[in-house]
Design a protein around this ligand. Structure first.
Ligand SMILES: Nc1ncnc2c1ncn2[C@@H]1O[C@H](COP(=O)(O)OP(=O)(O)O)[C@@H](O)[C@H]1O
Ligand SMILES: [Mg+2]
Length: 253
């Protein structure tokens, strides 16, 4: 809901508001046990936790793939429900771990145009969206290339552009640094730091979380076990050990 501040200014709702979210898979396995998470517009937050913690299950609630068993999810104030699923999918831009899941058109430009065209954006705005999104990821020169002929780092950046072109309220990145060489990893970090977007980044790469996200949320066993400045979380060896999080060799705070 939009609130009116004391000076009469309209304040934006948080980009993401998850309250009391619980969920069990159809086989009865309960994966989330009452998750609360509020992310204000413009925040960049890392989502950390061991395998099986519930990270993917949580992410799949943000765009309506899974329906809350209890509790609710709101994106920019709009509740994730069946009626809102089209607008919710536009508002939640998920960059999947494997860019090959996201790129399927003959050219990079076609891939980036696909999402906004699907959401009803027409020319001349469509071309503008495509060029702005490719600019934002440093790929403006490659619009006519086939995504198949790009490097892994370039494909990851095109996948990011396909999502940015839809102008999402929140960008969700699933393990963005996996399988990237050090240069591509750093280039992607520079691109992400240059974006003015709310961001939720699922990662096992703790230095990446520190570089990109001032705040981190740790989830384990389907509940939030820590929500603090990333620096404080990484500087707490007991917390890290308790949740199977590990800094790389030689990395010390
Ligand atoms: N389709 C499914 N059916 C039943 N249980 C599942 C399914 N997918 C995941 N789970 C279980 O839910 C829990 C959370 O999984 P997940 O959200 O994938 O964790 P993470 O992404 O943090 O590794 C795990 O115990 C996992 O085994
Ligand atoms: Mg997962």
């Amino acid at each position: 809901m939009r609130g009116v501040g004391i000076l009469g200014a309209v304040s934006s709702p948080p980009s993401l508001e998850v309250s009391g979210l619980a969920f069990a898979y159809p086989d009865g396995h309960q994966a989330l046990f009452g998750v609360d998470l509020r992310i204000e517009r413009g925040e960049r937050v890392a989502l950390l936790g061991p395998n099986g913690a519930g990270k993917t299950t949580l992410v799949l609630h943000l765009n309506g793939v899974h329906r809350a068993g209890a509790g609710e999810v709101r994106v920019g104030g709009l509740e994730v429900t069946r009626e809102h699923v089209q607008e919710i999918r536009r508002r939640v831009g998920i960059v999947f771990q494997d860019p090959d899941d996201q790129l399927f058109m003959p050219t990079v430009g076609d891939d980036v145009a696909f999402g906004p065209a699907n959401f009803g954006v027409t020319e001349p705005e469509l071309s503008q969206r495509v060029s702005d999104a490719l600019d934002a990821v440093g790929m403006a020169d490659l619009a006519d290339r086939s995504p198949m002929h790009l490097s892994g780092g370039q494909r990851r950046r095109v996948a990011l552009a396909t999502v940015l072109a839809c102008d999402p309220e929140i960008l969700v990145l699933d393990e963005p640094s996996t399988h990237l060489d050090p240069v591509a990893r750093r280039e992607l970090a520079e691109v992400l730091l240059g974006l003015d977007r709310t961001m939720l980044m699922v990662t096992h790469d703790l230095p990446y979380a520190l570089q990109l996200c001032p705040r981190s949320v740790v989830i384990d066993g389907g509940v939030v076990v820590a929500d603090a400045p990333t620096w404080d979380i990484l500087a707490d060896p007991d917390l890290l050990a308790a949740h199977r999080l590990e800094l790389p060799f030689g990395f010390a705070l």
